[in-house]
Design a protein around this ligand. Structure first.
Ligand code: FMN
Length: 178
């Protein structure tokens, strides 16, 4: 294996966890969607998820003010719409209308789920101590929905500069992990 030095600005491309998600918020009676890939699971149950949301994003203000969102997980079938939601702002665009996404009422939180997504996680902000420093919101998932018929979802994994890996084959190995 021949290795080359990688610019530090590109390290994120190696560690991008994915899947790319679509985070919905509802603020001042307007629903919005943003693409998000900097997230990490922090606890099994109750499920905690850390999400970095840039302070310039419209979604940041909504999340800070309302403390609720839905983490929707698209598959490759929504690739174009996902990138669209990551390259436009809810300040100027109604992204549900612009990208043909269908809002569906959630059961525990006010922001809508996206009907076309393979899974939707209703979540509340439970810790904002790292928001000022890292734009990191800690969310607790309070209700989770998943497509009952989809066993191997072809989710999107961002590799930087418009490149995405699409999840493929599932393999089974013995493991202590849940
Ligand atoms: C694949 C992809 C992943 C992204 N991941 C993040 C992320 O993790 N955090 C973030 O703040 N912005 C992320 N973005 C950028 C936001 O989605 C983008 O700034 C968007 O315009 C914000 O929309 P809003 O202003 O309506 O909130 C990502 C964009 C793309 C295309």
């Amino acid at each position: 294996m021949r290795k080359r030095s990688l610019p530090l600005s590109q390290v994120y491309r190696l560690l991008e966890p994915g899947p790319v998600v679509l985070v919905t918020t509802l603020h001042r009676a307007r629903a919005n969607v943003m693409a998000q890939s900097w997230h990490t699971v922090m606890e099994f149950e109750p499920p905690l998820v850390g999400c970095v949301v840039g302070a310039d994003n419209h979604s940041f203000a909504a999340l800070k003010a309302t403390r609720e969102c839905v983490i929707n997980i698209p598959t490759v079938a929504l690739a174009r719409q996902t990138v669209g939601c990551g390259n436009t702002s809810g300040r100027d665009v109604d992204k549900f209308a612009a990208f043909g996404l269908t809002p569906k009422p959630a059961s525990e939180v006010a922001p809508p789920m996206i009907a076309e997504c393979y899974a939707s996680l209703e979540a509340r902000v439970v810790d904002t101590r790292m928001v000022n420093r890292y734009n990191l919101f800690v969310l607790e998932v309070v209700k989770a929905w998943v497509d009952a018929d989809e066993k191997d979802p072809r989710t999107l994994h961002h590799r930087g500069r418009g490149r995405f890996m699409v999840a493929g084959e599932t393999i089974h190995l013995p493991s202590r992990m849940k």
